[in-house]
Write a protein that binds this ligand. Structure first.
Ligand code: BV8
Ligand code: ZN
Length: 239
C-alpha cells in the first residue's frame, strides 16, 4: 500500500481522526522532546514539567517556558499543519488530537481539535483557575492574575497531572468512532496518548502512522510510512 492508496482511503472515509506529536512541528524548526536534538536531552522532565517543579521554583519553570515562547514566536505552521487544517473541510466527521502545546495547528486554521496537553500561549491562575490567552514575549516573571493576584502558570498538562476531562471524552469518542486514525510525528510513549492507537485499532479503525523513525506502535498499525510530515501529510489531501 502506498501513500496514494491511503489518500484514497481517507477520501472515502466519513470519519477520520488524527493524532499529532512534536514531529509535525519539527519541520517548522520546533525542537522535539526525545531523540538526538530533543528538549529532554538537556533537561529532565520532572525538573521542569511537573507541578512539584513549579512549586519548588516557579521562576526556573517560567524561564524555561519563556525561552520556548521566544523560540516559538519565530516559527510558523508548515505544509503538514496546513494540510490537516484543509483536510477537516473534506471529511464529514473529523477530529484532530494534538499533544503539541505550540499552537501551530490553530495557527494553521484547524478548528476541530483538542490540544490535550494544553497551549503554551495560555496562562492559568493557580488561585482562581481563570484561563487567559497570553502572547507576551517575554512574559514578566513572575506573572500574576489580574483578578485575584494569584500566581499564573502555563496552561499545560505536566507529568503526573490529569488531562482535561472534556478533552479526554472528545478524544475517546473520536478514536472509537473513526474509520481511519492517522498518527503523525509522535514517539508514542506518553500516556494516555500512547493508548490511543491500540484503542482505535481495537474498535476497527484503519490505523496509519507517518513518522521519521519506527516507533513502539509501528508493528501494531496497519501501515507505517517513514518520512517527514511536511512531505507526506500534504499527499493525503483529496485530489
Ligand atoms: C496522566 C508538557 C493520569 C510539557 C508533556 C509509567 C507507565 C505508564 C504511564 C506512566 C508511567 N509513569 C508515569 C506515567 C504517566 C505519564 C507518562 O506517560 N509518562 C511516560 C513518559 C511513561 N503521563 C502523565 O503523567 C500524564 N497524565 O497520566 O494523568 C495520572 C495522574 C496522576 C498520577 C497518575 C496518572 C500527563 C502527561 C503530560 C505530558 N506533558 N509535556 C511541555 O510541553 O511544556 S509530555 C511531552 O511529550 C510533550 O507534551 C509531547 O507532546 C509529549 C509526547 O511527545 P511527542 O510529541 O511524541 O514527541 P517526541 O519528541 O517524543 O517524539 C517526536 C517523534 O517525531 C519521534 O518519533 C520522531 O522520530 C518524530 N519526528 C521527528 N521529526 C519528524 C518526525 N516525524 C515526522 N516528521 C518529522 N519531520
Ligand atoms: Zn486568579
Amino acid at each position: 500500500m502506498t501513500i496514494l492508496d491511503i489518500r484514497d482511503r481517507i477520501a472515502q472515509a466519513e470519519s477520520v481522526t488524527v493524532l499529532t506529536g512534536a514531529g509535525i512541528s519539527a519541520d517548522s524548526g520546533v525542537p522535539t522532546f526525545r531523540g538526538e536534538e530533543g528538549l529532554w536531552k538537556n533537561f529532565r522532565p520532572e525538573q521542569l514539567a511537573s507541578p512539584q517543579a513549579f512549586e519548588r521554583d516557579p521562576t526556573i519553570v517560567w524561564e524555561w517556558y519563556n525561552w520556548r515562547r521566544e523560540l516559538l514566536s519565530t516559527k510558523e505552521p508548515n505544509a503538514a499543519h496546513k494540510a490537516l487544517a484543509e483536510l477537516e473541510n473534506h471529511i464529514k466527521h473529523f477530529w484532530l488530537i494534538t499533544q503539541n502545546v505550540d499552537g501551530l495547528h490553530p495557527a494553521a486554521g484547524s478548528t476541530k481539535l483538542s490540544e490535550i496537553h494544553g497551549n503554551i500561549w495560555k496562562v492559568r491562575c493557580t488561585n482562581c483557575g481563570n484561563i487567559q490567552p497570553n502572547h507576551d514575549v517575554p512574559i514578566a516573571i513572575l506573572p500574576h492574575c489580574n483578578d485575584c493576584k494569584g500566581l499564573l502558570r502555563p496552561h499545560i498538562v505536566w507529568f503526573g497531572e490529569s488531562l482535561d476531562q472534556q478533552d479526554l471524552d472528545q478524544s475517546f469518542q473520536a478514536l472509537r468512532s473513526c474509520e481511519v486514525l492517522l498518527i503523525v510525528g509522535t514517539s508514542g510513549v506518553v500516556y494516555p496518548a500512547a493508548s490511543f492507537a491500540p484503542i482505535a485499532k481495537q474498535d476497527g479503525a484503519f490505523v496509519v502512522e507517518l513518522n521519521l523513525d519506527p516507533t513502539p506502535h509501528s508493528d501494531l498499525v496497519d501501515i507505517s510510512i517513514q518520512g517527514r510530515a511536511k512531505d507526506l501529510v500534504p499527499l493525503l489531501l483529496p485530489m
